[in-house]
Design a binder for this molecule. Sequence first.
Ligand code: ADP
Ligand code: ASP
Ligand code: MG
Length: 422
Amino acid sequence: MSLLVQKFGGTSVADIDHIKNVARRVKRTWKQGHKVVVVVSARAGVTNKLISRAAAITKSPDPREMDVLMSTGEQETIALLAMTLQTMGVPAVSRTGPRFGIRTDCNHTRARIHELGGADTRKLLRQGKVVVVAGFQGLSEDGEITTFGRGGSDLSAIVVAGALKAERCQIFTDVDGVYTADPRIVPDAHKLNELSYDEMLELASSGSKVMQTRAVGFAQKHNVTFEVCSSFNNKPGTIVKKTAPSLESVSVSGVAIDKNQVRISVQNLPDRPGAAAGVFKAMAEIGVVVDLIVQNLGHGGKANLTFSVPSTDAYRAEKVLREKVSKSGAKVGRSTKIAKISVVGVGMRSHSGVASCFFDALAEAGINMLMISTSEIKISVAVNPEHGDEATRVAHAAFGLDKKRSKKKKASARRSRSKASK
Ligand code: ADP
Ligand code: ASP
Ligand code: MG
């Protein structure tokens, strides 16, 4: 009997009807003779609502209390799903993250998982029980409840699948796989059958929220193959694994947009070694991840530095910077929203001209680039937020990723293959 881990995200458990749908799917798997561990998120919108309640009280809530608050969303879902399964004749039992044995460090709201106890899980599974686990939460060394960052139920599922050596880890969501771009923004995007960890990691870290970045990183490190598929149909999804050689032949395999970034400018920074390092050290000390960076050529011994950070960290970042740089006479500007568009593909390693194709396409559409960064398999640009969606569509089309064009491309590749074999 194989062990399957099935994770259902917020939209898949949005209300009682959706929870019943999930329960029917879980029951089918269990009836087929599999051992099943189910990981669930909070119902759609619940975590956001909890966060906005805290925001109505204070701009910088105590992270410990935030974890106590946010973890309640998943706790509601496990109870409702376990009850629903029980009424369908499935012996289900719910487990909060702490009770399931997920142990973490003490870093509230972004805790790292240390180990998975799971002492009684195997026993429950041997008894034929379906174990319904709350995603997104664990227990710190101090005995406190912790959470793993937004989208963290993905991480819970991957960690549970890895630790229990599950045969399959299925991430059920509201799209039927990973697409070449967010299908809500690019209607012509097409589903990818397979994707390498590297590409999934770059897409996720560039804003494709279909999988949490940390979850993909963990899957890669521990070699946990997973499938992203729909909870609303039975179509095959996208398999994410170590290598997906079929994609090497294309330069770009996907386009991502991140609308949750702001840019912060520090003006009149002393133009000498160590000044920029001081700014980024200050960010690192408060755990803020800096992404795109632009430094202007210095004039009169002064330089301007601009960089992007997640919008959720903007308030803390600005506050700390003001305290740090005010002594040197530098000025911290108000953070402004940006959209970051990234084109991603392992094929970039062997294809040249990706940057020029990307930048040309944006220029032709009259979209101005504010910042740029490149890596071996990714190029990102920041644009004004109002141009974000259009820039995504433009980039997607420029690399021939549109549904119709990719079908044409495949057909012409088939034709040339069959010619070659004649
Ligand atoms: P869940 O609640 O199941 O965790 P999420 O909302 O976190 O689901 O992620 C699914 C969403 O990710 C989709 O509805 C889609 O809009 C978005 N998305 C962004 N980029 C992509 C992509 N490349 N492929 C598929 N979905 C994507
Ligand atoms: N409920 C959490 C969130 O909304 C975790 C998750 O859904 O994966 O971020
Ligand atoms: Mg998610």
